[in-house]
Design a protein around this ligand. Structure first.
Ligand code: WT7
Length: 650
């Protein structure tokens, strides 16, 4: 990667009108870190409060006084901010513009008024099933407007939603339902993706054979597949509930620090963590970053091409855009079906001005050739965004030149499930761009680089990325395990939040994320814990031991490479390899499927029995010439076998 001036893209002249220019950014940033109380007193007011806050950040990252709160004495309702407050000014404007999987299918759009009506009815229906403040409700939903309705209905009554990505297996879903003891599950009969159907309701039925907290399952009839809901007292038809409910549902008054949602994400160890976000700070952060980073101007059509099952969908399809009165496009389909023009056809059809997507999608489309892009106009586009993983400069240049016709700035937004919203990102009217760099911190964000011992690195340097101060969108705890929250993020470098990412800062102060430094793999912009894949593998009756590492992958960014030691007497052949891949897909979901499985008679371990992943990573990367010191291994000879039997990626 180069950071020389030749690769710099200055702010285009047409962007002189942007809300914040370079001088404005510097001044606002200075104020945000020098006078955080004054800054957040002003910016906290961008949302509507029932009882205004007087406090802003109350936090400490130290073990002794550990705690994080923002705007703590204020009260609000998040759904009222996303709906009610727009009714007088933009009630007839489209809030959700829904584009179906099948280009020939019928789209739908819901105005703010229609969305408000449906959310209120569904919120009343949830209440009639016993839900209220603090209840946990799991959503296992396709990309349809009802998913947004369900999230906002939870927010309206103070229930905590936990959206589980619809690509996860019944087993993974069951674990996430059990962890937070959800009493209600909302799903659809089937989802649709790329012309295929996904059996969501059948997966829920299977998951529920392992869970006993669930009292009600609400099914949206989307495809009509799988028959009508059973109406057996546990299963309910979404449409029937909505039709029967009153449209009058006053929003519940919530404290700023009352939970809004739980979202499970993989870590370096153990089972997925329930990341908890609260109401006030999260909404301020989602709304503020959405408006400023995307320079959003209502009522233009904005499209975040993520799934609502991930944090990107929460913050940038639902909460940020709707708090800002945006028209948010929701796409049910996939980028390469029916063909590789689909995304850009949707852009043309709906005159999308801002498009936000992941590098993995760009790399997949780039491979198909420019002709698929060239046959579309894309003249409505004025800004492009990238999220989820480092964007390689080749993909960046392609996005800029071929997709954006050289006209549109690219905001490469670095953030995490834990941060709630953008943290290091360009502002399109303020920041000169360098392909592959997430550039500079957003307001109130104080990034620092430290070495392995925690020594602060100054100037141009490379190290581990930590954040020195809290910000309103920060996660507040791990559901049910506050000790794990502290341990995971605040123990490695006392007094700082550790991101898990490696990062370089260049001479201009620009940040270049280099990828995870922990045992987390970033597959297609989605986080996968190596420990999770390992425990799925060892659950197979023929597997004795497994070690999983990341490897470079041309489209996914990182692929999953699994070393598997079989039980005595088993033979590793192609059939077993395929079976193990299927097994992991079934245990966790397709995103966890290994790209390479190597059968290994032994794994490289230290004399104390610790697997030396550094060596496994090198072999998976194909860098067998630079394995480093192997003399501390209990049995250095295992390495020769591993090198000799390396598997090329599928
Ligand atoms: C991890 C967080 C951000 C929402 C979607 C993923 C990586 C994310 C970037 C970027 C380089 C990035 C980091 C981070 N990441 N955005 N623009 N440049 N890396 O959220 O699943 O919580 O994953 O994604 O490694 O730690 P997530």
């Amino acid at each position: 990667m180069s950071d020389d001036k030749a690769g710099v893209y200055p702010v285009p002249a047409e962007w002189a009108h942007a809300k914040i220019d370079a001088a404005g950014y510097r001044e606002m940033y200075r104020r945000s870190v020098e006078d955080p109380h004054g800054f957040w007193t002003e910016h906290g007011r961008r949302i509507d409060w029932i009882k205004p806050f007087t406090r802003t950040g109350d936090w400490s990252f130290d073990a002794e006084h550990f705690g994080i709160a923002w705007f703590a004495d204020g009260t609000l309702n998040v759904s009222a901010n996303c709906l009610d407050r727009h009714l007088a000014t933009r009630g007839e404007q489209v809030a959700i513009l829904w584009e179906p999987d099948d280009p020939a299918g019928e789209g739908r759009s819901l105005t703010y008024r229609a969305l408000h009506d449906e959310v209120c009815r569904f919120a009343n229906a949830l209440k009639s099933l016993g839900a209220g403040k603090g209840s946990r409700i799991t959503l296992y939903m396709p990309m349809i407007p009802e998913t947004t309705v369900a999230m906002l209905a939870c927010a309206r009554i103070g229930a905590i939603h936990s959206v589980v990505f619809a690509g996860f297996s019944p087993e993974a879903l069951a674990g996430r339902i059990q962890d937070c003891d959800s009493t209600i599950v909302i799903t659809a009969d089937e989802g649709r993706r790329g012309g295929k159907t996904v059996p969501l309701r059948a997966n829920v039925d299977e998951a529920l054979t392992h869970c006993n907290s669930v009292e009600h399952v609400i099914v949206v009839r989307h495809t009509g597949g799988g028959g009508a809901p059973k109406e057996d007292g546990r299963e309910h038809d979404y449409a029937a509930l909505v039709a029967a409910a009153s449209p009058d549902c006053p929003p519940e008054e919530m404290a700023a620090e009352d939970p809004l949602f739980i979202l499970y994400t993989s870590g370096s160890t153990g089972k997925p963590k329930g990341v908890l976000h609260t109401s006030g700070g999260y909404l301020v952060w989602a709304a503020m970053t959405h408006e400023i980073v995307f320079d959003y101007r209502a009522p233009e059509v904005y499209w975040c091409a993520a799934d609502v099952g991930w944090v990107t969908g929460h913050s940038y399809i639902v909460y940020g855009p709707l708090a800002n009165g945006a028209t948010s496009l929701m796409f049910e389909g996939v980028p390469n079906w029916p063909d590789a023009s689909r995304v850009w056809q949707v852009v043309d059809k709906h005159r999308v001005t801002i498009f936000y997507g992941a590098p993995t999608m760009l790399r997949a489309l780039m491979r198909e050739g420019d002709q698929w892009v060239a046959r579309t106009e894309r003249s409505s586009l004025r800004l492009l965004g990238s999220v989820g993983e480092p964007i390689n400069p080749e993909a960046w240049e392609w996005y800029h030149k071929v997709v954006g016709g050289g006209r549109c700035p690219i905001v490469d937004t670095w953030w995490q499930t834990e941060t709630g919203g953008h943290m290091i990102t360009p502002l399109p009217g303020a920041t000169a761009l360098k392909p592959g760099s997430a550039t500079l911190p957003f307001f109130g964000v104080v990034p620092e680089l430290v070495d392995a011992e925690g020594k602060l690195l100054e100037g141009a340097a490379e190290g581990n990325l930590v954040l020195a101060t809290s910000w309103p969108g920060q996660m507040r705890t791990v559901w049910g395990d506050h000790a794990r929250f502290f341990q995971t993020y605040f123990s490695a470098y006392p007094g700082k939040y550790f991101t898990g990412d490696g990062c370089r800062r260049d001479a201009d102060g620009y940040y270049w994320i280099t990828g995870r430094v922990d045992d987390v793999i970033n597959v297609s912009g989605h986080r996968m814990g190596t420990a999770e894949v390992e425990s799925a593998l060892v659950a197979h009756p023929k597997v004795a031991e497994a070690a999983v590492v990341g490897m470079p992958h041309a489209v996914k960014g990182q692929g999953i490479y699994a070393y598997v030691t079989l039980n005595a007497g088993e033979t590793g052949d192609e059939a077993l390899r395929a079976e193990l891949v299927r097994w992991v897909r079934h245990e966790i979901g397709p995103i966890a499927a290994p790209d390479a499985v190597q059968f290994a008679p032994g794994l490289p371990k230290t004399r104390s029995g610790k697997i030396m992943r550094r060596i496994l990573r090198k072999i998976a990367e194909g860098e067998v010439g630079s394995l480093g010191d192997t003399s501390t291994l209990a049995d250095p000879k295992v390495v020769d076998d591993l090198v000799a039997n390396r598997v090329p990626a599928a």
